[in-house]
Design a protein around this ligand. Sequence first.
Ligand code: NAD
Length: 262
Amino acid sequence: MDFTGKTVLVTGGARGIGAGIARAFHSAGANIIVSDVLDREGSELVEELAGNALFLQQDVRDEQRWQQVVEQCADWGGGLDVLINNAGIEAAMPLVDFDADVARRLLDINVVGVLLGMKWAFRSMRPGGIVGKGGAIVNLSSISSQAAAGGMAAYAGSKAAVERATKVAAVEAGKGGYNIRVNCLYPGIIQTDMVDQLIDECVDLGWFGGSDECRSWLTAKTPLGRFGSPEDVAKVTMFLCSDYASFVTGAGVPVDGGFLYG
Ligand SMILES: NC(=O)c1ccc[n+]([C@@H]2O[C@H](COP(=O)([O-])OP(=O)(O)OC[C@H]3O[C@@H](n4cnc5c(N)ncnc54)[C@H](O)[C@@H]3O)[C@@H](O)[C@H]2O)c1
């Protein structure tokens, strides 16, 4: 796929799935803006990409920062063609141990952060916006939005909100004549720091005897018999942002090795 001359913003792009997506678009010729709260990892990734890449410090909860970041995309990259709303956090906690502060932080990042991203991308990309050339948005939902796993009420709720908001956004953008398509992904078990953290939490909660046992269980639940990689997610993301998906909007695509049906 060729994204030469396109400007792509990936939130939470310093590591994990976001970094995989940033690398893939960069290889396809795009100008990449990686934003994250992790300065060191973000700067190292941009150094590795060596050209056509910029790191911006951004907390996706901060609306004023969203406005600045979108303007910087136009100044530095000459536009904003693609937004990947990838930044997110997880927390496993059974409802009897529900922690409202943890849940509020999670919902603020995973839901409000994505809604703000769509707001400012719409304002930039739609006709009359500072870029005004239309574009594509992909939001990172999760298999958790489609299934019920113990301990994941807050996280699953946040990802279900992302899924539904994606569809609402697709309708608003389509009917509003914005020339912007909005889709989301349901990744399964993708090997990143987040999954390492989830496995540790599940072991700490006493649900598995150790991390190897948890890993084996998750692998067995996945019909393709392995964890996914950030590259697996990146390939589908690029498809959704490309002309090959020119009539696809409001869709949610599992990238889960069959987990939801396993
Ligand atoms: N790894 C999986 O198996 C999996 C499965 C389904 C969905 N997802 C979703 O994919 C996305 C990426 O997950 P990952 O596995 O790469 O996780 P990760 O923890 O490796 O990376 C997430 C990134 O988001 C950044 N981030 C966190 N809070 C932020 C904030 N307030 N503002 C800006 N950046 C922030 C982190 O610093 C980090 O770089 C998340 O939305 C996650 O919920 C992951």
